[in-house]
Structure formats: structure tokens, C-alpha cells
Ligand binder design. Structure first.
Ligand code: RIB
Ligand code: CA
Length: 316
């Protein structure tokens, strides 16, 4: 079977690291490149963290580019309280000797999508600033995408605020551009994000593996458990797994719009979950059609096993 070409847009991030390792390792995926954006931490730290993860995965040849340094409007809000002072668990270890790609994120996205023989799945795991800039810069290239499978949003409660999930709240205007773009969108949000977790015992087992990528993942998880507690969610990695194993996840299509007001709902992904009734006068819709495929449930154990088996070649 031909591999699906993917590009990840990241703010690495502990769970972005889980996603990167999975994308490098899964045999049905071809990771074409990685673009970095301001999010969990500043973009230069994101680049450094991303290169470190790819080194650990033995994937030093994958192009990594630096993208937006702040949201389209407003200020950055970093999440060191979750991801540590360096944005990735404060693990020791050498910095990567690799250089970042000379192209900016938007140009790298254009080049990789244009030169791919088959349509690319774009997987943003971070605030959508780079993706909005790309859509505005190269709309014709965007039409060649297979789709966007993003970690972000929620059809229920938020985490950054009662209403909004962090990635969307960090740059709501960018998110609004992406959701209105017409590119097929899958939203892997907080309704499923926290569900697949890795325990302390599993992290210890990964650390004892002879596979360097597994050891790296195990160390990240153990460090996180020491700081915050267990289990650790696979988080962003779930969105990449939604590309290779959609059958393990239940989706429903909804009209979704992003609240860009200055009020308490700023950054909320408002999902129209009202039942469709046959009424003479149609109720007001948020969008012209149910425009987003929203992940609502999953086979948690199967997702967990898929990640563990992919990261550690000796897991079974
Ligand atoms: O809202 C959850 C946050 O943690 C997001 O930034 C997500 O991408 C993860 O890194
Ligand atoms: Ca992330």
C-alpha cells in the first residue's frame, strides 16, 4: 500500500513529540516535513525541541522550518506550566547539530505540497498561525491537500478558558481562516484528546527498550509524571493516528465556527449539534453545510496499543 504523505505543524511540546515519533515510525506514513510555530513556547525553542525529537527518532533528514513568532493578532501565551520551562519536559540531553531549513514555514508547505505525487494530509498540532498564512499566501496549492486533520477545539468544554481549547484560543483569527477555507477538516479536539494515556509502568518499560526512540518517549513520559502526575495523555499523537487508523475513532459532521469576539467565548469552536428537524422554516445555520468532521469517541485501548507498538519495535 502507498504511504500517505503528511506534514506536521507543531509547537513541540511533550505530546507534539509523541506525534512526531509516531509519524516518523508508522510504516503507512511518509513524513515530508515539519513546520514550527509559536505556541506552547516560543518558536526558536519549538525548533530546537523538534530537531531534538527527530534526532532521537533517527530522522535527521526531514526538513524542519521556522514559522510565525506570534499570533496574527494579540499576544503569545505560553504553557510552561504544562510543558516545562523548555516547552518539552526539561529533559537534559544534547541540542541537535542540525540546521533549520532555509525556507520559512509557508514556503516549505508550498514546496512540499506542490512536489508530492499524491495529495498530502496536513496535520497541525498547534495554534493555526502558520496554516492561516499558508492558506492566504497559496490558496491554489491548498486545493491540492487531501485534507487538514488538526488537534484543536472542542465540541464541549475548553481548557485554556471554560470555552476554548488552547490551540484555537492562542490564535482565533487564524483558526477562523482555516475553518472557513473549504479544505476538508477533521477536528481532533478535547472530546477525545485526554483519553488515551500512558502509565508510569509503561513509561518505565519504554525506557528499558533497546530502541532509542522508545527510550526518548519513555523519558519524556516519566519526567512529566514526576512533575505533574499520571497517566500522561498521548494528546497530539491522536490526531496523527486519526490519519492512519480512522476506524478506531468515531466522528460526526457538524457546522463549526470559531468565536473571534473579545468576550468570554473567544476561541471557542461552536459546533452545531442540534438535531436536524424537518421544519418549514430552517433554523439559522452556522455554515452552509456540516463543514467539519469532529472526533467524539474512540477505542482507547486500540489507540494506546497502536502508539506503543509503533514507537517501540519490541513492544510485543
Ligand atoms: O490544548 C492542548 C494543548 O496541548 C495543545 O497545545 C496541544 O497541541 C497540546 O500540545
Ligand atoms: Ca501541540
Amino acid at each position: 500500500m502507498a504511504r500517505t504523505p503528511v506534514i506536521l505543524d507543531v509547537d513541540t511540546g511533550i505530546d507534539d513529540a509523541f506525534a512526531l515519533l509516531f509519524a516518523v515510525r508508522h510504516p503507512d506514513l511518509e513524513l515530508l516535513g515539519v513546520t514550527c510555530v509559536d505556541g506552547n513556547t516560543n518558536v526558536d525553542q519549538v525548533v530546537a525541541n523538534t530537531l531534538k525529537v527527530l534526532d532521537a527518532a533517527g530522522a535527521g533528514n526531514i526538513p524542519v522550518s521556522r514559522g510565525a513568532v506570534r499570533p496574527l493578532l494579540g499576544q503569545s501565551h505560553y504553557a510552561e506550566y504544562v510543558h516545562g520551562a523548555d516547552g518539552m519536559g526539561d529533559l537534559d540531553g544534547p541540542a541537535s547539530y542540525r540546521r533549520v531549513d532555509q525556507r520559512g514555514a509557508v514556503e516549505l508547505l508550498r514546496d512540499l505540497i506542490e512536489s508530492s505525487a499524491t495529495p498530502v494530509a496536513l496535520v497541525p498540532l498547534a495554534p493555526l498561525t502558520n496554516i492561516a498564512l499558508f492558506l492566504r499566501s497559496f490558496p491554489e496549492t491548498a486545493k491540492k491537500l487531501q485534507g487538514i486533520v488538526l488537534m484543536g477545539g472542542s465540541a464541549s468544554a475548553g481548557n485554556a478558558t471554560p470555552a476554548a481549547e488552547f490551540n484555537i484560543w492562542h490564535d482565533p483569527e487564524a483558526a477562523a481562516i482555516v475553518f472557513q477555507s473549504g479544505v476538508p477538516i477533521t477536528m481532533y479536539g478535547l472530546d477525545v484528546f485526554m483519553r488515551p494515556g500512558i502509565s508510569a509502568a509503561e513509561a518505565e518499560r519504554l525506557q528499558g527498550s533497546s530502541d532509542p526512540a522508545a527510550v526518548f518517549a519513555g523519558s519524556l513520559i516519566s519526567a512529566f509524571i514526576e512533575r505533574i502526575g499520571s497517566p500522561v495523555t498521548l494528546g497530539d499523537a491522536g490526531a496523527v493516528m486519526a490519519v492512519v487508523a480512522p476506524e478506531l475513532i468515531s466522528f460526526q459532521n457538524f457546522d463549526v465556527v470559531v468565536d473571534t469576539s473579545a468576550g468570554p467565548a473567544r476561541g471557542q469552536t461552536i459546533c452545531d449539534r442540534r438535531p436536524r428537524l424537518e421544519l418549514e422554516i430552517e433554523p439559522l445555520r452556522l455554515a452552509d453545510s456540516a463543514n467539519v468532521r469532529v472526533a467524539l469517541d474512540m477505542d482507547v485501548e486500540a489507540i494506546r496499543q497502536l502508539w506503543l507498538e509503533t514507537i517501540d519495535s519490541h513492544w510485543n
